[in-house]
Design a protein around this ligand. Structure first.
Ligand SMILES: *[C@@H]1O[C@H](CO)[C@@H](O)[C@H](O)[C@H]1NC(C)=O
Ligand SMILES: *[C@@H]1O[C@H](CO)[C@@H](O)[C@H](O)[C@H]1NC(C)=O
Length: 251
């Protein structure tokens, strides 16, 4: 990465202040992390290259034309990738959250890559409970999405034709994620998500509002009655006509 002097100065200032400037990466607990450095950024000659975790832990070092030297504590978890100078750290736990830096010494010290890694557990399942009141031609439903850590509720309304969510889609932040409740077509949906996973729960809103479903419009039953009546009229007319014709013939 070409780094103008001013940018470097800002970069280093950030670093010394402990703020992160790296690429954010989220990894599920137990997952793997690829630490990549691009060929284009790599200097033609160098003295030493290493991957470092936080500011103090060197994980692996490379010397020109040498094999990578993986530090004892990482020996079981680091896999050297076929791409030169890139490595894979396996089976991450929350303790592996933090900043990873690739640094090369070639006359000057230079950072080639920086990742701000967050290790997250997958989200817990979400419960959806709802309650309804129907009257005349409207139906009110209140629904709540609940996880062990948080909860959110919302009101929905249906008439014979449409359903909507009062106040629109709603969301709360949970630890490192979010919990949302919204209407999609005629389903109430709870979505519990974070950076590494999501789980949903849904229920059909109409199923709570069956009592109002037939209030307006023509029902199947009415159509059947109408067709049956027409048929009956035609039949009766035919019988009467035939009867009258026979009477006329006899005269
Ligand atoms: C539904 O809620 C609205 C207000 O939000 C209220 O005016 C209406 O009476 C309620 N309908 C029923 C059937 O409870
Ligand atoms: C739930 O939320 C996540 C994160 O925003 C999203 O990727 C996913 O598609 C959503 N799932 C559904 C069913 O809406």
């Amino acid at each position: 990465m070409a780094c103008p002097t001013l940018l470097c100065a800002v970069f280093l200032l950030y670093q010394t202040q402990g703020s992160s400037a790296g690429t954010p990466v989220f990894v599920p607990t137990g997952g793997d992390l690829n630490l990549d450095v691009s060929d284009a950024d790599f200097p033609k000659t160098f003295d030493l290259f290493f991957w470092k975790f936080k500011t103090e832990n060197v994980m692996v070092t490379y010397q020109p034309n040498g094999e990578p030297n993986i530090r004892e504590e990482y020996r079981r978890r680091i896999e050297v990738s076929e791409k030169k100078y890139s490595v894979r750290l396996k089976h991450l736990t929350k303790g592996d959250s933090g900043t990873y830096v690739a640094r090369v010494t070639a006359g000057k010290d230079r950072i080639l890559a920086e990742y701000d890694v967050t290790v997250q557990d997958p989200v817990s399942p979400v419960d959806l409970i709802s309650d309804s009141v129907s009257k005349n031609s409207t139906c009110n439903v209140t629904a709540a999405c609940t996880t062990p850590e948080s909860s959110i509720s919302s009101s929905f309304r249906c008439d014979a034709k449409t359903c909507y969510q009062e106040g629109g889609r709603s969301e709360v932040n949970t630890s490192g994620g979010s919990l949302r409740i919204y209407l999609l077509a005629e389903s109430i949906i709870c979505n519990h998500s974070n950076q590494v996973s999501w789980l949903k729960n849904e229920t059909n809103l109409r199923s709570f509002c069956t009592k109002i479903a037939d209030v307006s419009g023509v029902s199947i039953c009415q159509v059947k009655t109408f067709l049956f009546s027409i048929g009956l009229i035609i039949m009766v007319s035919a019988v009467i006509t035939v009867h009258l014709l026979e009477k006329l013939k006899k005269q």
